[in-house]
Design a protein around this ligand. Structure first.
Ligand code: SAH
Length: 264
């Protein structure tokens, strides 16, 4: 794709620099101005920027300052790559940027990325939607300083007993566990914690609701962690097998294959 004079919000993926999309990488390699969230985006990706590109870290900058830089560059006919961690659509704070750019008549486009929730599942080798166990994934966060709407309180979400993936909640794990107990989950319910998925210092913990707080503390995990609570993250499932999808069931007809009738 040819880069245009606009702001590209690009998902950098979870950490491993090879997990950015081909499109995201091409835009990063050709952008005139690059702004990246230095606390979470792998700095190695910045080796990809072209000579002469203006590369800036966004963590210390206020929103207005970032908008001035991005809008100013586009107004001069330049291209901007605004690099976000994971996928920009999840806790990426891009709406406020898009809104300000819209009001300055600056065009923008979003390029997706691999969210840390999917990188965490991949690293642990789990499927988040196991037939007959759970077919739903909730992406949410525990309520800390950022309020969560009344109708999305964790205890209510947890009542679905589906896969619940918690972002931004590592320091609130006690509260999380309490909500799950209140929602009727058992002490031995499976929990997966992935700290810095796909980074060299990644830690994967497979634990249970009653031990997760202790395990996270023992590993000093207070940030950059994905907590997935779900019957689907039970480490016994792979060995045990048995939860098979209709997709490959030979008696099930779907768009790509006609099912066979089995006697009886
Ligand atoms: N847009 C990002 C999420 C940003 S919010 C995404 O799609 O992944 C930041 C939160 O994401 C962190 O508190 C943590 O819960 C999670 N996170 C980001 N990178 C992570 C990683 N490499 N491993 C585990 N969790 C991560």
């Amino acid at each position: 794709m040819n880069i245009e004079s606009k702001v590209y919000f690009i998902g950098a993926g979870p950490g491993d620099p090879e997990l950015i999309t081909v499109k995201g990488l091409k835009l990063l390699q050709t952008a005139d101005v690059v702004l990246f969230t230095d606390s979470l985006v792998n700095e190695k990706l910045m080796d990809e920027t072209k000579d002469g590109a203006l590369v800036l870290k966004s963590a210390g900058m206020a929103l207005e300052e970032q908008i001035d830089i991005m809008a100013g560059a586009v107004e001069e006919g330049k291209s901007v790559a605004r690099i976000h961690t994971g996928d920009p659509a999840i806790y990426g704070a891009i709406l406020e940027q898009m809104s300000k750019l819209f009001h300055r008549d600056v065009s923008y486009e979003v390029i997706p990325g691999v969210s840390s929730v999917f990188a965490s599942a991949a690293r642990a080798g789990v499927e988040l939607t196991v037939p007959e166990l759970t077919q739903t994934v909730i992406l949410t966060r525990a309520e800390g300083r950022t309020p969560v709407p009344e109708k999305e309180q964790l205890v209510d979400l947890a009542k679905h007993h589906c896969t619940v993936s918690l972002f931004l909640s590592a320091t609130l794990i006690k509260k999380v566990v309490k909500s799950f107990y209140e929602a009727g989950w058992a002490e031995d319910a499976p929990v997966l914690v992935v700290y810095k998925a796909t980074w060299p210092d990644e830690i994967i913990i497979r634990t249970t609701l009653d031990k997760v707080d202790e395990d996270m503390r023992a590993n000093r995990i207070t940030k950059q962690a994905m907590v997935i609570i779900s019957p689907a993250v039970d480490p016994k499932l792979v060995e045990q097998g048995g939860y098979e999808s209709k997709l490959y069931d030979k008696t099930f007809t779907h768009g790509f294959r006609k099912g066979v009738v089995v006697d009886g």
